[in-house]
Write a protein that binds this ligand. Structure first.
Ligand SMILES: [Zn+2]
Length: 268
């Protein structure tokens, strides 16, 4: 038997071993070696030939000696990028499992399905699959300017590209047009797919686009945004985290105009 990666979560915090250069996720034959009060365990696939498991532990759990529980956002850049991606998957599986212990139709206790990753209701048969919330995120360009807004959701004074959840019945393109208009009063055209990013806070899929200004004036101060404006590559506000697709869209724009990210990030 080979050691496996164990992604152990206490609430939203992941168990890591901080090391001088890079933190590590425990790599063990069996998580039982850590003697933790385990609530649930899920197989989540392989990484570099090793099996990976997500483990949910009791809220009062103390980290073993030499280890610590840290929030996913805090450990970005501290652990290997591949491990971070799997940690995001593990976090979402655990969050889904915790929040689907009872059937949302009839209230009966659910159980694990024997072949699918689903929780099944033994009373009414309803299957509960892991939840994923699609959200669009879009960088709007107007010549040498890009449209950024400061959101009430951010505690720091950070300006970012616009984003919002896709509504039932909507295409991704319709969501882009609606979100940009609702948040800023701007109309857009030439909507192009950029790339996507899993965003495990708690279970989003961010689908990135670029778009071109078509019409309108910025109307400020709606419910979501404190302030929106047009920014050039030479006139940058505080930008969102390097881990975000928002930052990658902004870096893409900067590179297109012959500039680089002030902190050295690349768009790919
Ligand atoms: Zn049911």
């Amino acid at each position: 038997m080979e050691p496996a990666w164990w992604f152990v979560f206490r609430e939203d915090d992941l168990l890591i071993e901080p090391q001088s250069s890079q933190a590590k996720v425990p790599c063990l034959l069996d998580v039982a070696e850590l003697k933790l009060p385990i609530l649930g365990e899920h197989y989540i696939g392989r990484l570099g030939g090793r099996h990976c498991y997500a483990v949910d532990v009791n809220i009062g759990t103390t980290a073993p000696e030499t280890m610590t529980f840290e929030g996913l956002r805090q450990i970005y850049g501290l652990i290997d990028e591949d491990l971070f991606r799997v940690a995001g998957r593990a976090a979402q599986i655990i969050h889904w499992d915790r929040t689907h212990q009872y059937c949302c139709r009839c209230g009966a206790k659910t159980k694990s399905h024997y072949t699918e990753r689903a929780r099944e209701c033994p009373q009414c048969g309803l299957l509960h699959f892991p939840r994923l919330d699609p959200a669009i995120i879009v960088l709007v360009e107007r010549g040498s300017e890009m449209l950024l807004a400061r959101s009430r959701r951010f505690s720091a004074p950070v300006y970012s590209v616009l984003a919002g959840f896709v509504e039932p019945g909507e295409t991704l393109e319709e969501a882009v047009i609606r979100e940009v208009y609702e948040e800023t009063g701007i109309g857009v055209k030439d909507i192009r797919y950029f790339r996507s990013q899993s965003w495990p806070f708690p279970h989003s899929l961010m689908i990135g686009f670029t778009a071109t200004y078509a019409s309108g004036q910025i109307t400020r101060g709606d419910e979501e945004n404190l302030d929106a404006g047009w920014f050039t590559a030479d006139n940058l506000p505080s930008l969102p985290s390097k881990m975000s697709i928002a930052r990658k869209l902004i870096v893409w724009f900067l590179e297109k105009h012959g500039k680089v990210d002030p902190s050295g990030s690349k768009s790919n």
